[in-house]
Design a protein around this ligand. Structure first.
Ligand code: SF4
Length: 164
């Protein structure tokens, strides 16, 4: 069986983002992996119980997903709502789903407080980025699932090639 990849559902074009839209990733590699049956879509924020659309959220204080998992930081909506529990639950469900589906690799959209793996926003809702992981991406890594961002398709392709 080919190695499977858990992919942010919004990258498949599913309308699951906070603004009710998708963000389809158009690339021949995606089409090939789809045809090979490798891609399994998942949205941690929806799985954690959040509605769509929903207010944008960021991890507070320039912290990252590891800090949220360790209880040192919260995930807050721009409206002030504390959605930490939903983000952590979504991460746990993503890991469980990846294991159930046999996904040892993940392809996640960058910048998201859940799925980001290269950069996230700093909690000020002013567009400031910093290097770091979202909550689900951090938990995936802790659990041994390799996470690649949508800017690392070539690196993921090389990994898929090795894994078969
Ligand atoms: Fe996309 Fe991940 Fe945000 Fe869901 S949680 S909308 S999959 S970036």
């Amino acid at each position: 069986m080919p190695s499977k990849i858990l992919i942010s559902a919004c990258l498949l074009g599913r309308p699951v983002r906070y603004d009710g839209k998708g963000k389809p990733l158009q690339d021949p590699l995606i089409e090939r992996w789809k045809a090979e049956g490798r891609l399994v879509g998942f949205c941690p924020e929806q799985a954690g119980g959040l509605p769509t659309p929903r207010p944008p959220a960021e991890i507070e204080g320039g912290m990252n997903g590891q800090d949220v998992l360790a209880g040192r930081a919260r995930v807050l909506e721009v409206t002030g709502g504390d959605v930490t529990a939903e983000f952590v639950e979504g991460g746990k469900r993503a890991v469980a789903f990846a294991r159930e589906q046999g996904c040892g690799l993940a392809l996640f959209i960058d910048g998201s407080p859940s799925c980001g793996s290269g950069f996230i926003y700093d909690g000020s809702f002013s567009g400031n980025r910093h290097p770091g992981f979202g909550v689900t991406a951090a938990l995936m890594r802790q659990m041994g699932i390799e996470v690649f961002s949508d800017r690392e398709l070539d690196r993921l392709a090389a990994r898929v090639e090795r894994a078969g």
